[in-house]
Design a protein around this ligand. Sequence first.
Ligand code: FNR
Length: 183
Amino acid sequence: ADYTVGLIVGSVSEPSLNRRFAEALVRLAPGAGLTIRDIPIAELPFYGAQYDADFPAVGREFKDAIESVDGLLIVTPEYNRSIPGVLKNAIDWASRPSGQSSLTGKPTGVTGASRGLISSALAQNHLKTILVDQGAPLVGAPEVYIRITDDFFTDDGAIANEGTREFLTAFLGRLHELIRRWQ
Ligand code: FNR
């Protein structure tokens, strides 16, 4: 069966390297039986606990978008050795009101791209710790730390290396498998 996966890109930079990487991943998704659709985070205000009593439509729509998909794919940059504040803010919205986290039981795959030598490894590990606390089942292996080099993308935005495409399709396949097991 095909599953629908919500894509959260943890960057609002323009252009964003991780947005570009995510768009290349979206092209591989049919090969893993997934349909990926974007869940934007840029319009969310900074979360504050006052919103729990009177939850705004923008927050409700974000939670509804997560709750309407079978799984999540989060593609995060690493900012100062952790996840960007904009992504943490989005997770805080998804986690509230207390006891009503939209992330609980939501199968999730985490990846991210960087030009740095250890890619986005530390950010991804922080993110996984946060998601474990939310009760989101995670794709454990393979871990996908993508180091972007000048020849990583083709001119039309695909992933140039065939082995990398196969590896990433297999990663998406593990997300498919995780969703199937949780159905
Ligand atoms: C970075 N960058 C970065 N890279 C990394 O590998 N580890 C890090 O800790 C950081 N820290 C960091 C902080 C801040 C504030 C910025 C703006 C950048 C570089 C980062 O990987 C690069 O800018 C990517 O292009 C970020 O992804 P997006 O936002 O373009 O998708």
